[in-house]
Design a protein around this ligand. Structure first.
Ligand code: API
Length: 281
């Protein structure tokens, strides 16, 4: 990163750009070279800046783990640390195999939300998410706006609101998403997901206003898990669901019948390019 004197001590450091259904991330292999100043909020913001940096929704550092095969530290693009990111974990699954850290048949990723089992199934990343907790089918004290049928809350590693609407394409996502993200009833705020039946009648569509990005992201893994759990709680759908994200790519949530066992999340984890840092300005 560039400090006040313009020096650039991280110049030349290798990074990887990965995409999870349109939710995109800058990855660093920090197993031998720690993140150091790269993890400072101002540097995370510079790395994620769309026009002046690499451009991403978040940054992931792969680190050594004492409880799993690899550890991931996740930061939102505003520099805030988040306990869990579903799409970044799917991308970690891909990169850990690519780097030869693990075998694709099955391994453990240590996250701030605990250990997550991961694998590639027919070359598609699949992860076992923590069980959804604190689910409330109708969040108290949060008034639905016109066009909103229900608003529920769920903790899917990170806090989520799920809003049932007739058509997500009609939602003023930035305005309404921001208002709900900062709702005064939510101590730590929440990610906000709007969900509606797919026009083709073959599943569901979602759009997400993401905490820590403070805007719409094209997909949200923990959000898909929260939506699937909420749709089941509302009895709108079975406990497992395929949810099409804003990018048009689908996230698949499979919820086992066993109480207390978390769902499996499957989706894209694609290495778009690898590069070396230059001047982040
Ligand atoms: N922005 C979220 C973390 C990333 C969630 C999302 N990118 C995912 O795929 O789960 C938060 O601070 O709660």
């Amino acid at each position: 990163m560039t400090d006040h004197t313009g020096s650039n001590e991280e110049a030349g450091r290798e990074f990887f750009k990965l995409c999870g259904s349109g939710n995109d991330f800058v990855f660093f292999d920090a197993r031998e070279q720690p993140a150091g100043a790269l993890a400072e909020p101002a540097t995370i913001q510079r790395l994620c800046a769309r026009a002046t940096g690499i451009g991403a929704d978040g940054v992931v550092f792969l680190e050594p783990s004492t409880v799993g095969d690899v550890r991931m530290a996740y930061y939102n693009s505003d520099g805030s640390r988040a306990t869990l990111c579903g799409n970044a974990t799917l991308c970690t699954t891909r990169l850990a195999v690519e780097l030869g850290i693990v075998e694709p048949t099955g391994f453990v990723i240590e996250t701030d939300a605990g250990p997550i089992r991961a694998r590639l199934v027919h070359d598609r990343p699949e992860i076992e998410m923590p069980a959804v907790r604190e689910l409330v089918a109708d969040a108290p004290g949060i008034a639905a706006a016109a066009g909103e049928a229900r608003i529920g809350f769920a903790l899917a590693g990170v806090p989520h609101l799920v809003v049932r609407v007739a058509d997500v394409a009609e939602v003023d996502l930035d305005a309404r998403g921001r208002a709900l993200r900062f709702d005064p009833t939510l101590a730590a705020g929440a990610n906000v997901n709007f969900v509606s039946p797919s026009p083709a009648g073959d599943g569901w569509r979602m759009r997400t206003y993401e905490r820590g990005v403070e805007g719409e992201t094209l997909a949200c893994g923990t959000g898909a898990v929260a939506c699937a759990a909420m749709l089941a709680a509302w009895q709108d759908a079975e406990r497992s669901a395929v949810i099409v994200t804003s990018s048009g790519r689908a996230l698949e949530v499979r919820q086992p019948a066993t109480a207390g066992v978390g769902p499996t999340l499957a989706g894209e984890g694609r290495i778009v390019f690898r590069g070396r840092l230059g001047d982040l300005g």
